[in-house]
Unconditional design. Structure first.
Length: 113
């Protein structure tokens, strides 16, 4: 494990957003979706996410997700991925979304601290 300082952690901009749109991404080298996330004051951003093994497109619409918003945009096939939607490997090479506590409403764009 590599330890980091608090000031290094503060450089990572982690925000909450709501998934607005999910599209098939047949050009991806690994099965993935093209996802549009509403990040409030930061606007609507696209991401490529390998969520196809556990999530149907229609089940993702409206879900709150936790995103890293300050990576440089990355060209992935025909799309520019602007944010990283976070998740955990469940041990079966499947991604389980990292999400905020659904018991409380967190506005889009709220920053993790």
């Amino acid at each position: 494990m590599t330890f980091i300082t608090w000031s290094e952690f503060e450089k990572v901009d982690i925000r909450v957003g709501t998934i607005l749109k999910v599209e098939a991404f047949p050009e991806a080298s690994n099965p993935a979706y093209i996802i549009t996330v509403d990040l409030g004051e930061l606007g609507k951003k696209k991401s490529s996410a390998q969520l196809t093994r556990l999530y149907m497109k229609e089940d993702l619409i409206g879900r709150k997700v936790i995103c890293i918003v300050n990576f440089r945009p990355k060209q992935i096939g025909p799309i520019m991925s602007e944010v990283l939607i976070t998740g955990f490997d469940n041990g079966n090479n499947e991604v389980v979304l990292a999400v905020p506590d659904v018991s409380f409403d967190v506005p889009n764009g709220a920053r993790l601290f």
